[in-house]
Design a protein around this ligand. Sequence first.
Ligand code: PGA
Length: 249
Amino acid sequence: MARKLAAGNWKMNGTGASLGELEALVSEGVPQGVEVLICPPAPLLTRAAALAGDIAIGGQDCHAAVSGAHTGDVSAIMLKDAGASYVILGHSERRADHGESDAVVRAKAEAAAGAGLQAVVCIGETLDEREAGQTLQVVETQLTGSLPDTASASNTVVAYEPVWAIGTGKVPTLEQIGEVHSALRAALVARFGAAGGDIPLLYGGSVKAGNAADIFAVPNVDGALVGGASLKAADFRPIISALAATVAE
Ligand code: PGA
């Protein structure tokens, strides 16, 4: 059984004033049986980590190298040093805005594991790919190419995020989510054996308080990667509670 994770991706949103939202989440505590992760913009990492309590803190990207002449980038070891325990890698916005290929994501995942970070590796099809009936082929190719051979439940989380569902309010049907997650689970087990059954599989893309419980009831959905609804504690808290309810059952 994979562990349960509610992950918030603040993207390029938030200044020091936003840490009040994290403080509000911390004051509620983390429910039994789930992990909660917040990934703020890099400049907030140190301050976020200092007040995060039981909530894990993560970066949103890292460079594959440990250090060097890469202006504007941060390395996995720097994230770890700033207090992060996770890093999101290969988000579709990075793949689109920065041309990140599966091979680049894989190299970053190796760097993250080397630094002792858990990688949240994102994959997902575009609307064109879904409409062309290529979804499973696309996500399985991304999964294979983006995960290093050393991936395990202790250093890797996979997030299935259909590109067309991110920030749009459009969500796949529960059947569509279930179809992809069961294919991804099968692919993980085929490659990593029983250990592939323990790698958490998150769904991401327009997860809200109103749809979280239904999505978490889909087999092989072990949590969510949440963008917009993670920015305010009042929006994220019910999503955490919905995940915790699946454990309490
Ligand atoms: P969203 O973003 O929840 O705002 O759709 C999800 C993500 O990009 O991780």
